[in-house]
Design a protein around this ligand. Structure first.
Ligand SMILES: *[C@@H]1O[C@H](CO)[C@@H](O)[C@H](O)[C@H]1NC(C)=O
Ligand SMILES: *[C@@H]1O[C@H](CO)[C@@H](O)[C@H](O)[C@H]1NC(C)=O
Length: 331
């Protein structure tokens, strides 16, 4: 035992000497290429959140399942950790306190969109396992925040940083933003604006889709307008100034359907755009292409907790037998 252990240490020491003496090994060009790290056959991945332990939570359309996946463990298997009852889509997800997430679902079909009145919003608490013991297991405790009624259905979700019991949700069908109190289930419309509205029937005619908060603005994507914009809000999410357009990715009839996005701490936005693009948009609205290809029908994107990696999730494409993907990129 003892002999083989010291042999290992010796070999490791030799390797580290060579590595530090050879600066060429410090950057590998392949690190800057997008890498598919997961594909779920026949399943559309709609949204993503990153837990404090680095695990990815993935909402999916098909059966309304929520998956957990460890992106840093080789050969890690995704597991279903929660699901919605009697509805087909799990959609928005946002962390409301450490390791507690609000998640929305609804009945969805590609032809009809979301069915009015079908909303469910759950709280998934990962601090305890189902038996209530403090074991930090993957399966969360789940309860309802709201179910049915005229709210939404809600697509992108974001937590109000000034009142983390309150979340804002994108109503893509009506083209406006709701605020939901996750403690009481009370809901109210807080942002209405022309820039959030869906268009007349056409390809990808959803209105407001993704939501993020940076400074005192609510940033949003609007699918029909192929746009990223922002609107100034108060501490309770109420609109205080008209919305402004930041960037556009195509005209309203183009195939460049804008889906969800994420923002880094410098205020850059990373925006998913169908059929296969991820754009970076600077605070001034300058666009650069970060991914072109590898991703098939991108739906959302998240940053790792240290902001060094992007994780794009996709709907995939049944016709070409590509399932929903998670694609990782070092930035
Ligand atoms: C679970 O997490 C909590 C909070 O991070 C920690 O205090 C506790 O020791 C952990 N328990 C186990 C069994 O790992
Ligand atoms: C993506 O790549 C294709 C093929 O190289 C190219 O034709 C297209 O212009 C690129 N799109 C963008 C937005 O850069």
């Amino acid at each position: 035992m003892r002999a083989s252990l010291s042999a290992v240490v010796l070999v490791a020491g030799v390797f580290s000497f060579h590595a530090s003496a050879n600066p060429i090994q410090t950057t590998r060009p392949s690190d800057r290429q997008p890498r598919e790290i997961l594909q779920l056959p026949g399943i559309w991945i709609e949204n993503i959140a990153v837990r404090s332990n680095g695990d990815l939570l993935l909402t999916t359309i098909g059966k309304g399942d929520i998956y957990s996946f460890n992106p840093s463990r080789p050969n890690a298997k995704p597991e279903i950790v929660a699901d919605f009852d009697q509805i087909s889509a799990a959609a928005g997800i946002t962390e409301i306190s450490k390791d507690v997430f609000a998640i929305t679902g609804a009945e969805y079909s590609p032809d009809i969109g979301f069915t009015p009145g079908s909303i469910q919003m759950i709280r998934a608490d990962f601090r305890k396992d189902r038996c209530g013991a403090h074991k930090n297991t993957t399966a969360p405790t789940v309860d309802f925040i709201l179910r049915g009624g005229d709210v939404g259905p809600l697509n992108g979700l974001v937590t109000l940083p000034w009142h983390p019991n309150l979340v804002l949700g994108a109503d893509s069908t009506k083209g406006l933003v709701w605020r939901v109190d996750t403690t009481s289930g009370e809901a109210a419309v807080v942002v209405e604006d022309e820039l959030l509205t869906p268009g007349p029937v056409g390809p990808y005619d959803f209105g407001v889709n993704g939501l993020k908060i940076f400074g005192d603005h609510l940033y949003f994507t609007c699918t029909k307008r192929r746009a990223l914009g922002r609107v100034k809000i108060d501490a309770f999410g109420n609109k205080v100034e008209p919305a402004e357009l930041i960037a556009q990715f195509g005209d309203a009839d183009s195939s460049a359907a804008t889906d969800d996005f994420v923002m880094d701490k410098k205020g850059n936005a990373f925006v998913t755009v169908r059929p296969n693009l991820l754009y970076k948009v600077s605070p001034k609205g300058e666009k650069t292409v970060v991914m072109n290809g590898t991703i098939v029908a991108p739906a959302s994107v998240a940053l790792s907790r240290n902001q060094k990696k992007l994780f794009v999730v996709t709907a995939g494409d049944e016709a070409s037998s590509v399932g929903g993907q998670v694609v990782e990129l070092d930035i």
